[in-house]
Ligand binder design. Structure first.
Ligand SMILES: *Cc1c(COP(=O)(O)O)cnc(C)c1O
Length: 250
């Protein structure tokens, strides 16, 4: 199959680039996870990526992933929560904005939610996970720029402080760290600045909340993952560089 081969080739080039930054910056490649962002791509493409060895995926819409799950299961991929699923098991995280009326469904179908950006959302996700008797790994999304369109909590916001205070009591959520999406900007140094400030924020917050886990720093996409790794990313979210340009409107 041509598609499997294309994905394999793109992947080995990405791994090579990750390894090369790690060598340069004295980091271990084992400390940088690769998430394949499969939004807008059909289940068959995800299956091809699984054949190429990928096990961690990012989707940005609840409904879209909800629709793909049965087909993935039919393709011999073990998607958690689909009855009778067997085969290679994958983890799929939500990396797009979550509406609070979809928290129950999100807690059910995703292996993790990486875009917690309000106290209300965290509480509703906690309720949803509790009902299902599961502990849901989450990342808190931080907005490092002033861009109006961006989601995420401000690094200095009162709500972020309140959320982190509250997270210890939300026993059905498992805090794992922070994520950010830098503003669209031609200049890669803008992204670098966001990544660096997120890492510094992580250090400060980890000092203030020793009972919470801040080990994951999800930052870096196709266009800037090398910069993100230089600045301490532990998880890069890569779509286009693995799957090619996405079909419009997804
Ligand atoms: C789409 C998306 C990505 C992947 O972007 P590419 O540029 O295609 O690698 C990463 N993170 C988030 C939050 C996204 O929505």
């Amino acid at each position: 199959m041509l598609q499997d081969k294309a994905i394999q080739e793109r992947l080995s080039s990405i791994y090579e680039r990750i390894h090369s930054v790690c060598r340069r910056t004295d980091r271990s490649p084992a400390d940088v996870k690769l998430m394949a962002v499969s939004k807008t791509h059909p289940p068959e493409t995800i299956a091809a990526a699984v054949h190429a060895g990928l096990r961690l995926f990012g989707e940005n819409r609840v409904q879209e992933f909800q629709q793909k799950r049965p087909a993935l299961s039919g393709l011999g991929i073990d998607v958690s929560g689909v009855p009778g699923s067997s085969g290679e098991s994958i983890a799929v995280h939500l990396i797009g904005h979550l509406q609070s009326n979809k928290t129950g469904r999100a807690a059910e179908i995703f292996s993790g939610v990486d875009t917690v950006d309000s106290l209300k959302l965290a509480e509703r996700l906690n309720d949803g996970a509790k009902k299902l008797g599961r502990r849901l790994p989450v990342l808190v999304e931080i907005k490092m720029s002033e861009e109006a369109a961006k989601t995420g909590l401000g690094p200095e916001s009162q709500e972020l402080a309140e959320l982190l205070d509250r997270l210890t009591d939300l026993g059905s959520l498992q805090m794992r760290g922070l994520m950010t999406v830098p503003p669209l900007d031609e200049n890669p140094e803008t992204a670098r600045d966001c990544f660096r400030r997120l890492r510094m924020l992580r250090e400060a917050l980890a000092g203030r909340h020793p009972q919470l886990d801040f080990s994951e720093l999800s930052m870096g996409m196709s266009g800037d993952f090398e910069i993100a790794i230089e600045e301490g990313s532990t998880l890069v979210r890569i779509g286009t560089a693995i799957f090619g340009v996405r079909p419009k409107a997804g």
